[in-house]
Design a binder for this molecule. Structure first.
Ligand code: ATP
Ligand code: MG
Length: 464
């Protein structure tokens, strides 16, 4: 059963229920009102008769009373007959006036009894505390019931017409409501289906502040995230392919050259320089595979470090020394931390801290144009060691500073400016995991076009 049908059914039943209850209540109220009204009419007839009887007695005008009684059934069609009885000169009850003309003036005893089903109402005609006569009105219950029934039949007709109109309008409104409420849900389902089919650019209109609009906005945010992840996956695959392919191609071409030239006499220096190039490429491959393995460990929560007292400045100097040839090749000045003053040891994993310096300095060299400067500084700060790698390179936009520490994140514009291998965007994510595993903090400060500063802190051995 579709949501639209179910909704229509519930609202339709509700409309029918409300209409049935309202009309039932109206009918019942009308019926009681008609009964009450009929009773009141009978009481009024009796009271008026009694009144006229008193006035005619006081004014000694029997004719007035007789005329009134004769006309009473015409005024109130429920009245079968009416009369006024008063004692004659001998005290015997005599009919003073009767709605049947011939019965006026006869003794009470000759009056025929009231027919079955008649309701007889009586009231004493009083003059102060003295009873003058008795007014009697007989009402036909059958006529009362018939006149009420006739009125109720008219009411039923009206109620039926109104009910039909209300049901039609109610059902039409409920189906319009059902369609308007379920339409956005169908649109969401359609968009989710498209997303499932791989159309990650699918978005839906989300205006208003109701729950459906909120859901639509969440859907759009989710679709945007999926699209971004997909883009990152594509970038990563192409970066990985590039990172694997280019050193392999270089190694392959050098090996081919060596094989080819080995048939002839070859200079030892040429051998060594070719092997050094091959070594550089295997190093690059090995670093890349290590990065991937590190990332896998970080993702699994199985990334551990082994702390021991570490001379961080000397580790930084070693890294600078090993990367000096690259700096020289790039025409960038690379400065190591000063030898003096000697700093207290940090409590850190030497190999991992070395990895952090390698990535930060490699990045700095990668994004600093010829003639620029890269400087590594290590200094104590508030009971910790603060390490800084500054460059005069291309810089990073403020908007990108927060995301470059996420895995696979690379700044698109600076990728084209990078010198040497483009990388895969894993380095800083791994640096962050390493520094945080040491209870340290890592961050970047930068100004687009002027350079960047990557800083991290490390705890001192025993808080020395
Ligand atoms: N010193 C820097 N100057 C300018 N941009 C930088 C600098 N360091 C990092 N970035 C930006 O941050 C991005 C992420 O750096 P990260 O070290 O994580 O990856 P990568 O160097 O591109 O690749 P990998 O380190 O995996 O080989 C870089 O691609 C670059 O856009
Ligand atoms: Mg890097």
């Amino acid at each position: 059963m579709t949501l639209k049908f179910r909704f229509g059914l519930v609202v339709g039943s509700l409309v029918l229920g409300v209409v049935a209850t309202t009309t039932g209540f109206l009918y019942w109220t009308e019926r009681s009102f008609l009964f009450r009204e009929a009773m009141e009419r009978q009481e009024i007839s009796l009271r008026s008769l009694s009144q006229v009887a008193r006035e005619s007695h006081l004014s000694q005008d029997d004719l007035m009373l007789i005329n009134y009684v004769i006309n009473l059934p015409a005024k109130n069609p429920d009245v079968l007959f009416a009369y006024v009885v008063a004692p004659d000169a001998k005290g015997a009850p005599q009919v003073v006036a009767h709605s049947i003309k011939d019965l006026s003036g006869v003794p009470l005893s000759v009056l025929p009894p009231a027919p079955a089903g008649a309701r007889v109402l009586r009231e004493s005609v009083m003059d102060g505390s003295k009873s003058l006569a008795e007014a009697v009105v007989a009402v036909s219950q059958e006529r009362v019931a018939a006149s009420i029934e006739a009125s109720l039949a008219r009411t039923r007709k009206r109620i039926a017409a109104v009910t039909a109109a209300m049901v039609v309008v109610g059902l039409a409104a409920s189906s319009v409501l059902a369609v308007s409420l379920t339409k956005p849900v169908s649109r969401l389902a359609q968009a989710a289906w498209l997303l499932g089919q791989g159309k990650l650019g699918t978005r839906i209109q989300a205006s208003g502040s109701d729950e459906i609009a909120m859901l639509s906005r969440e859907f759009n945010a989710m679709a945007a995230k999926l699209e971004k992840l997909d883009e990152m996956k594509k970038d990563f695959v192409s970066a990985v392919t590039h990172e694997l392919k280019s050193p392999l191609a270089a190694i392959d071409s050098y090996l081919e050259l060596i094989l080819h030239e080995s048939k002839t006499e070859r200079d030892m220096r040429k051998w060594l320089s070719d092997i050094a190039v091959i070594r550089t490429h295997t190093d690059r491959l090995s670093r890349f595979v290590t990065d991937l393995l590190d990332l896998a460990k970080i993702e699994k929560g199985a990334f551990f470090i082994q702390k021991s007292p570490l001379d961080v400045a000397s580790t930084a100097r070693e890294v600078v020394r090993s990367l000096s040839p690259l700096a020289e090749k790039n025409g960038v000045s690379l400065q190591a931390p000063a030898e003096a003053p000697a700093l207290p040891p940090a409590d850190a994993d030497a190999e991992r801290i070395r990895q952090v310096f390698v990535n930060l300095v490699t990045n700095a060299l990668k994004f600093t144009p010829q003639g620029g400067k890269v400087e590594v500084i290590v200094e104590p700060q508030e009971g910790r060691l603060l390490c800084r790698v500054s460059d005069t390179g291309v810089g990073i936009k403020p908007g990108d500073l927060g995301r470059i520490f996420d895995k696979f994140e690379q700044v698109k514009e600076s990728r084209s400016l990078a010198r040497g291998p483009k990388g895969t965007g894993l380095g800083l994510a791994i640096c962050k995991a390493i520094v945080e595993a040491h209870d340290g903090r890592i961050w970047a400060e930068s100004e687009l076009g002027s350079g960047s500063r990557f800083c991290f802190t490390l705890p001192l051995k025993d808080g020395a």
